[in-house]
Design a protein around this ligand. Structure first.
Ligand code: FAD
Length: 438
């Protein structure tokens, strides 16, 4: 539990802050009080989810508000298949609670420890051409604005504000409740295979259209890649299979963790370790209820940059990345993660108005990532890349404004929702290009 005046770090350890005041409200009124306190005393307020963003988007040296005491389901509407939940609810708890109601989210990312509000505030996504990011599952939000007003916002009641709020980096207010569009519970069959990367790239379109959820990982300096697909099934669940547990948790975390330690100690081992991991890609399948299949355990800590790209650019970008890796001599053994998402109309969504590919590069914590990430970012940008808000990137307001057609409209909404700038931390001021405003 965080304490006032004590140092806080994000999951990867790359961001730290020392909040002067930490608050754990129990009710919406206590959130309103926190906002009023900040207004009266000229202070800034940041809501912290689970601290799983790699950027400083969640950091604050002033007032930190955690909604860890505002978790759970408030209301289920079976007729229209929606549920209203407290914004602090962690995805793992949410998945289990919804499952006990016979409901589920249509898609999720690859971990389940984020808070629902944190996940939607940065545009967290999974994979699958038929699905937008998690924010597209939101049909209503209750938010405490920078003036302490409590607003219920839906697409119908506030069409523009809703599109701004769906991904808003905590800059428009404190989201206290979220209403999600759901579907009846379902099971997924997960399958993992090892194939040459050239085969995978040659069949990208087919694989993305044929499977409900398709992603792949390719390894620096190696040819085999890992294909992961998931499809709905009526087959019985195969929970707790010891072999599955061994390959997922032990191989992907304990063994990979030990190899990562070796690479940090002897960086020239990175290429051989990458090739070893490519050769040892776990193959097999499992069947489980959806929310338990999406989530993987991530015990090996790393830093990450992820860019959204127009879907048609994926193959060319990967080819350029491979060429640059040969030239660049980077010490990297983490595979590159490639996913897909449907376009949407959310103002600050990286997938705004385009069906998208996502490509993510990772570096083991404690190993230098700067040159590798910078060179890959240059490639992403040449193809019209937009960064994931929760992952490392170097873009500032001028470039973001070019990348996001609704940027100015978002900033107008921000000023209206938070006229005194209490949600503006130094990081957000620099990101939005408003250093001089206050
Ligand atoms: C191991 C790992 C795996 C990941 N996997 C994926 C993945 O598969 N797909 C993907 O897209 N991303 C992924 N991410 C990124 C992660 O999902 C996002 O960074 C997400 O925002 C983290 O959620 P959080 O609850 O930790 O939010 P935080 O990082 O704590 O906060 C993120 C932002 O949300 C704001 N916020 C939080 N709560 C509220 C609220 N109630 N009201 C207003 N604003 C709020 C914060 O102020 C901040 O701006 C991963 C990250 C890690 C470390």
């Amino acid at each position: 539990m965080m304490k006032s005046g004590r140092k806080w770090r994000n999951w990867s350890g790359i961001v730290s802050a020392t909040p002067r005041t930490v608050l754990y409200p129990l009710h919406i009124e206590e959130v309103v009080d926190a906002v009023k306190l900040c207004r009266n005393e000229g202070r800034t307020l940041r809501v912290l989810g689970s601290g799983h963003s790699f950027t400083a988007v969640a950091a604050s040296d002033d007032v930190f508000v955690s909604l860890d005491r505002m978790q759970g389901i408030l209301h289920v509407d079976r007729e229209v298949c929606t549920a209203t939940v407290w914004a602090g609810t962690k995805l793992r708890m949410l998945g289990e609670l919804l499952h006990s109601e016979g409901l589920a989210q249509e898609n999720l990312g690859d971990i389940d420890v984020q808070s629902i509000a944190g996940a939607i505030s940065t545009g967290t996504h999974g994979t699958g051409l038929a699905f937008g990011n998690i924010s597209t599952q939101v049909v209503g939000l209750t938010v405490v604005t920078g003036t302490g007003e409590v607003l219920d916002v839906t697409e119908k009641s506030h069409p523009e504000l809703f599109k701004a709020l769906q991904i808003s980096l905590g800059a428009l207010g404190v989201i206290v409740q979220v209403t999600l569009r759901l579907r009846p519970s379902y099971k997924l069959k997960y399958e993992s295979a090892r194939v040459p990367l050239s085969d995978c790239l040659g069949r990208l379109d087919e694989l993305a259209r044929e499977h409900r959820n398709f992603e792949f990982y390719w390894f620096p300096y190696a040819e085999p890649c890992q294909l992961k697909v998931m499809n709905e099934t009526e087959e019985p669940a195969t929970p707790g299979k010891i072999t599955g547990y061994l390959s997922d948790v032990v191989l992907e975390n304990v063994v990979f963790g030990a190899l990562s330690g070796l690479c940090r100690w002897v960086p020239r081992m990175s290429a051989p370790v990458s090739r070893l991991c490519a050769a040892a890609v776990p193959t097999g399948s499992k069947v489980e209820h959806s929310h338990r299949v999406y989530a993987t355990k991530r015990l090996v800590r790393f830093n990450e940059m992820e860019y959204n790209l127009p879907i048609e650019a994926m193959e060319s970008v990967i080819r350029e990345m491979r060429e640059q890796m040969e030239r660049g001599g980077y010490r990297v053994h983490f595979p590159i993660e490639c996913r897909f998402a449907k376009g949407d109309q959310i103002w600050l969504s990286p997938a705004y108005a385009r069906d998208s590919a996502y490509i993510a590069v990772h570096m083991y914590r404690g190993m230098p990532h700067e040159r590798y990430f910078a060179d890959m970012e240059r490639i992403f940008l040449r193809y019209g890349g937009r960064p994931h808000w929760g992952k490392l990137h170097t873009l500032k307001a001028a470039e973001l404004r070019n990348a996001y057609p609704m940027w100015d409209r978002f900033q107008e909404r921000r000023r209206a929702m938070d006229p005194e700038g209490i949600f503006l931390t130094p990081y957000l001021r620099s990101l939005f290009g408003i250093e001089a405003e206050k």
